[in-house]
Design a protein around this ligand. Structure first.
Ligand code: UD1
Length: 418
């Protein structure tokens, strides 16, 4: 078990190049079993969620080769339609394997997926969509057993634009007989990237990024060498840290369009932001001012995955901010930890009222989920004095070399064994 020791109060200066987006790499890894030919993915982040997904692929019979941040997945000998429970427990994205394993083997067996404990997170929309494509589903002994005589294209109307359900249905429809239309599909940039990836393999998908995705089933997919889009949440996390602590940051590898909602708020907070191609430069001087209301929404709204880190920034901005979390039910567990550092936060159901204080003070705090953990680190970087952040396993799930990158920007942060 490790913890961070952080000496707060340093401004942050420097450059960051982000990895490929975790939330693209995970469905792309699942999609690699759709072909017998090798799939090459580049700039893959060395994070625990990716390692767990690679382990799942190995368990179904894929051969994985790693060289630096490139992963080569050879699924030619994939044999198993079963995803072991001990791995699905670790990772919600294991559920993507349903769509691709069903395409490959016409059956799949998986236990209920785990992941960050931030709300109910059911998979009913995934399962309803798969049923529409001709899959029969039996839930027994904690396992979901899926079977089909052949996937068939269909109209799928999602009750909510779920990212995961949209991706899973795309994976199941890719070789289905006929045409599948997903309405009220999620519009996140990661969905567009999945479409680009699948089309590079020979699929026929269009419409991603709009609310309707059309998939014409094909009979064969080929291998591909692909660099997924940069991680907008990783980029946003370092930007919020710099905005809160003060300083200047250049982020490379992410499109400003993909984090426009965050940039908009940071500008309102008083940051200067310049964008050029895939570079974003952020400058923050003096005390930030609060933005009255920030509500999380599906893309292009303010991302739920930035809510906790942004809350850390609000803690020391001048004035009050009302945060409203519209995606997940219990995404404020970090608030109690921020209060230990002197934050003034009142949480009621999906709303959190944050009254900015002059500064936070160091404390010993514990990460309860991935983005909440990042929020505690941001708060500790800003706080006066020394902090410890415990339970780094959550942070390790989604940030590659978090402490190294922050140290590169001038932060006083070290990782120690406890
Ligand atoms: C993905 C992201 C996650 C992000 C979230 C919302 C990945 C690997 N993870 O998660 O980082 O926070 O999008 O942007 O890409 N829902 C249902 N039934 C379902 C599916 C979802 O009710 O079958 C609900 C969820 O409980 C939640 C909302 O829909 O309230 C959004 O979830 P969804 O978009 O599916 O998120 P994930 O795909 O799990």
């Amino acid at each position: 078990m490790d913890k961070y020791i952080i000496d707060g109060g340093e401004k942050l200066y420097g450059k960051i190049r982000v990895h490929s987006a975790k939330n693209t790499v995970l469905p792309l890894l699942a999609a690699s079993v759709l072909t017998d030919e090798p799939v090459v993915l580049r700039r893959v982040p060395p994070i625990v969620d990716v390692e767990n997904m690679l382990r799942i692929l190995t368990e179904v019979g894929c051969v994985i080769k790693r060289q630096k941040d490139t992963a080569v997945i050879d699924s030619s000998n994939a044999v198993s339609h079963e995803i072991p429970a001990r791995l699905t427990k670790e990772l919600r994205s294991s559920v993507f394997m349903l769509g691709s394993v069903l395409t490959r083997f016409h059956r799949a067996k998986i236990s209920y997926p785990g992941g960050c404990d931030i709300g109910l997170r059911p998979i009913d929309l995934h399962l309803a969509g798969l049923k529409r494509l001709g899959v029969s589903i039996v839930e027994k002994d904690g396992y979901i057993h899926c079977d089909t005589d052949g996937l068939k294209g269909a109209e799928v109307l999602l009750d909510f634009p779920s990212v995961g359900a949209t991706e899973n249905i795309m994976l199941a429809a890719i070789k289905a007989e006929g045409v599948t239309v997903i309405r009220n599909a999620a519009k996140e940039p990661e969905i567009i990237d999945l479409q680009r990836f699948l089309n590079a393999m020979g699929a026929k998908v269009h419409g991603a990024g709009g609310g309707t995705i059309v998939i014409e089933g094909v009979t064969r997919l080929r291998g591909v060498d692909y660099t997924p889009i940069g991680d907008r949440i990783e980029a946003g996390t370092y930007m919020i840290a710099t905005a809160s602590c003060g300083g200047e940051l250049e982020v490379e590898g992410v499109s400003a369009e993909n984090i426009a909602a965050l940039l908009h708020k940071l500008r309102e907070n008083g940051c200067k932001i310049y964008t050029k191609n895939d570079k974003i430069i952020l400058r923050s001087e003096g005390r930030l001012k609060s933005v009255d209301l920030v509500e999380t929404m599906p893309f292009p709204g303010f991302p739920t995955d930035m809510q906790a880190q942004y809350a850390a920034l609000c803690c020391t901005a001048k004035g009050s901010t009302l945060l409203v979390e519209n995606l997940f039910e219990t995404r404020y567990r970090y608030a109690a930890e921020l209060k230990r550092m002197g934050a003034d936060i009142t949480v009621r159901d999906r709303a959190a009222l944050i009254r900015g204080v002059e500064n936070l003070h160091g404390a010993s705090v514990t990460a309860g989920d991935l983005r909440g953990g990042a929020a505690l680190v941001i708060a500790a970087l800003k706080a006066e004095g020394k902090s410890s952040v415990l339970n780094l396993s959550h942070i390790d799930r989604g940030y590659a070399d978090f402490e190294g990158k922050l140290r590169g920007l001038g932060a006083k942060i070290k990782r120690v064994r406890i």
